[in-house]
Design a protein around this ligand. Structure first.
Ligand code: PRP
Ligand code: URA
Length: 209
């Protein structure tokens, strides 16, 4: 079973601090999510297989590389949308397949309300994008949908993970790689990550009270 990959990098720590700060504006929050997603992507894509291709430069012919697989980005609505643009910038040929899930406020159980996954022809590698891995319920539901679609290589990219969410995802889906910027202390009684950053979707889309 792959160990969760936690990126230890000074830029990650600085951008995370901006995300956590409750006075950070929605605009700066979105920028910080993008920057963190890019740093996360750098680490999570390090082992992607490539194939050699011939490339003709203005000077001579040489050998370059291109990605060997069909890559899918799977943002979990809403907050995962904030991580799509930097991933698409880095992997412009990737496909984006949206999944709509929200947590029931009373039970913290995920509710599935939208899926754009087609019935056939799954991607080779799927990157599930969601800034928050809290109880792990949403991530597990997303992974189940991807497995049903036929995806066998699934990587979870989150910005903040709680130990509880990591444990649930690893126990239900041991072959899913987890890449995160940080593992926080715990969940509180409302199932929010501590110290966390609050409600990621509300902060990205400026819909908090
Ligand atoms: C947040 C977050 C994850 C989920 C994580 O979404 O973006 O999808 O909670 O929690 P879990 O690990 O306990 O499932 P939320 O339910 O707030 O939906 P929203 O982005 O639409 O606001
Ligand atoms: N979802 C969030 O947006 N924040 C949390 O702390 C937990 C779940």
């Amino acid at each position: 079973m792959p160990e969760p990959q936690v990126i230890n990098h000074p830029l990650i720590h600085c951008h995370l601090t901006r995300l956590r700060d409750k006075t950070t504006s929605s605009s700066e929050f979105r920028q910080s999510v993008k920057r963190l997603a890019m740093l996360l992507a750098h680490s999570a894509t390090a082992q992607l297989p490539t194939t050699d291709v011939e490339v003709v430069t203005p000077v001579e012919t040489t050998t370059g590389k291109e990605l060997a697989n069909r890559i899918g980005l799977v943002p979990i609505l809403r907050a995962g949308v904030g991580m799509v643009e930097p991933m698409l910038d880095l992997i412009p040929t990737s496909e984006v397949w949206h999944l709509g899930l929200y947590r029931d406020e009373a039970t913290a159980q995920p509710v599935h309300y939208y899926s754009k996954l087609p019935p056939a022809s799954p991607v080779d590698i799927a990157f599930v994008l969601d800034p928050m891995l809290a109880t792990g319920g949403s991530a597990c539901m997303a992974v189940e949908a991807l497995k049903q679609w036929g995806v066998t290589n699934i990587k979870m990219l989150c910005i903040i993970a709680a130990p509880e969410g990591i444990e649930k995802l690893r126990s239900e889906h041991p072959n899913v790689e987890i890449h995160t910027c940080v593992i926080d202390r715990c969940l509180n009684e409302d199932h929010y990550i501590c110290p966390g950053l609050g409600d990621a979707g509300d902060r990205i889309f400026n819909t908090g009270a």
